[in-house]
Write a protein of this length. Sequence first.
Length: 219
Amino acid sequence: MSRRIAVLVSGRGSNLQALLDAIKAGTLSADLVGVLSDRPDAPALQKVPEALRWSADAKSFPDRLAFDQALADAVAACHPDWVICAGYMRILGDDFIERFRGRLLNIHPSLLPKYRGLRTHARALAAGDVEHGASVHFVVPELDAGTVLAQVVIPVLPGDTPESLAVRLLPHEHALLTASVALAISGRLTEQDSHPFCDGQPLLKPLALDSSGNLFPSP
Ligand code: GAR
């Protein structure tokens, strides 16, 4: 059965495009019911028909809470089964997270728990890491701290810059997000006492992505 997904975006939208491509190719059995943004000028919004778009400039709201409430109401109006943050760069408030908790995922460009927040590629290089990657995690009130569902790992190469690392990581992010959303909507992910389970087993370690784009339990 096709499940309903809403996607939050702030920028260029290449991860959103990966989801759209997978839906079109039939590899992701999802119904995209809304694309929502805190940036009315986000190029990502242009990737979907106007009827699916919602955006508002947070600065036009009296305070942060009011924007969050409006965003949450707009998401709820789409009746999504899952809400996916795909390059959504504004911190979500606790009320928003509670409303969609357990069905709210984010893609983050680091091997969490390393490098929560911004400038992840530069921080991995500065630390001398030999591996870098991306994570899809459940969103909880603490920034980038929710259970990690899945990760993809790439090598750091000699001469890498933050920009080259970001460019090399991006297609792997797309595969990771698509596979993670497919898993999320498959019904194989459940939650008990606020802890995620996959195929009935507690998700103690992130799943890993193989070169064919499939997720498997990491050894
Ligand atoms: C992606 O690299 C995503 O991992 C990152 O923003 C980029 C969005 O690109 N997200 C974060 O940093 C969230 N903290 P896109 O707009 O082309 O999908």
